[in-house]
Write a protein that binds this ligand. Structure first.
Ligand SMILES: [Zn+2]
Length: 355
């Protein structure tokens, strides 16, 4: 039988010429040939690759952003698939780390760019090594603690970053252009109470995610192609509720006098003051990232086997000491599901992993 399929392996195919791949985007006057070249040489970091991070990474990777670092602490689960558009059922079945699953998906649709997966929780001690050297940082996180950390790093280094969040049917986003516009701490000196609800507690529409990611990704294109001084780059905090149709825009055109970060140059989140090593992490789970403890998965699996079901791949080890579920990463970080009691989580970690 004669196969009609191409005989060449994927790796032997010549990459699609950029002029062809991006032709429709180059035709758009805001981008053009020169803009496309700027996108190709841009380096961005996306922190958090859940729903918003997936959508941002997908849009910007397809748009041809040349280098993209994806930082995420979590692994794919079935409940992610409703809105986290870079993942599929196989990723969930394998409990693949989201950063790795995202980079694989991106490589499958755009082999001409670099997607660099980093399986880490962004914390003060690794922020410099994970975010230094990038032109723009995008927010795909689900919590204010990490956003304040990004804000501190970006304001300190005069790096643009884009705040983006979606919960329920509500989407909110703001460009932070340090030294020019307001930063996150200018607008929210303290973590806003009403926004503490997360999609774990209030549910989320995938369309709210798409909306906020589309706006933030477009602002990212403008910043990369035209720079932070361009008049088209939005200088407001923009919010939109897709269900009620309420929308609002608050000026963020100037840093707030007296802002701790912009004016005081006091970066309390980056210095990690009072930051706990054990944190609640979504619904009914606790994360332990107390210290670096390199784990040999094969050895750990042998040790845990008498105590419950255990399996691992090269990225995560999962263990089910009834009624809990412990997910271990190679650096010793763990997510313990089935409790919100940090003392209990700590004792489970000590018992099964080590104290
Ligand atoms: Zn500020």
């Amino acid at each position: 039988m004669i196969s009609l399929a191409p005989q060449t392996q994927k790796s032997q195919l010549a990459p699609y010429p950029p002029a062809e791949r991006y032709s429709r985007q180059i035709l758009f006057p805001g981008i053009g040939t020169e803009g496309q070249q700027r996108l190709a040489s841009a380096r961005i970091a996306i922190v958090g690759c859940g729903a918003t991070g997936s959508a941002l990474a997908s849009l910007l990777a397809r748009a041809g952003v040349g280098t993209m670092r994806i930082v995420d602490r979590d692994y794919v689960e079935p409940s992610n698939l409703q809105r986290q558009s870079l993942f599929d059922e196989q990723d969930a079945a394998e409990s693949l780390p989201k950063a790795v699953a995202a980079a694989r998906k991106i490589a499958a649709f755009n082999s001409g760019i670099v997607a660099d997966p980093q399986i880490h929780d962004l914390v003060p001690s690794n922020t410099e090594s994970l975010l230094a050297g990038f032109d723009l940082i995008l927010d795909g996180t689900d919590n204010f603690e990490t956003r304040y950390l990004i804000n501190d790093f970006a304001v300190r280094n005069f790096l643009p970053w884009i705040y983006a969040a979606a919960v329920g049917s509500y989407a909110v986003t703001m460009n932070v252009l340090p030294g020019k516009t307001a930063c996150l701490a200018c607008i929210f000196p303290e973590s806003p109470k009403g926004m503490i609800e997360t999609c774990e507690t209030s549910g989320i529409l995938n369309s709210a995610v798409s909306l906020v990611a589309s706006i933030a990704a477009t602002e990212a294109l403008k910043v990369i192609v035209h720079g932070t001084d361009a008049s088209d780059v939005r200088r407001t905090l923009l919010s939109f509720d897709l269900w009620t149709n309420d929308h609002a825009e608050i000026s963020a055109a100037r840093p707030r006098p007296g802002c701790r970060a912009c004016a005081g140059r006091d970066f309390i989140h980056l210095s990690g003051e009072g930051r706990p090593h054990i944190t609640l992490c979504g619904r009914n789970s606790v994360q332990i990232h107390e210290r670096s403890r390199p784990i040999n998965f094969a050895e750990m699996e042998r040790r845990l086997l008498p105590h419950g079901i255990v399996r691992h791949n090269e990225f995560v080890l999962k263990f089910w000491p009834d009624p809990y579920e412990i997910t271990l990463f190679p650096d010793g970080r763990a997510i313990i599901k089935g409790t919100t009691d940090t003392a209990l989580a700590r004792s489970l970690y000590a018992r099964y992993v080590g104290s």
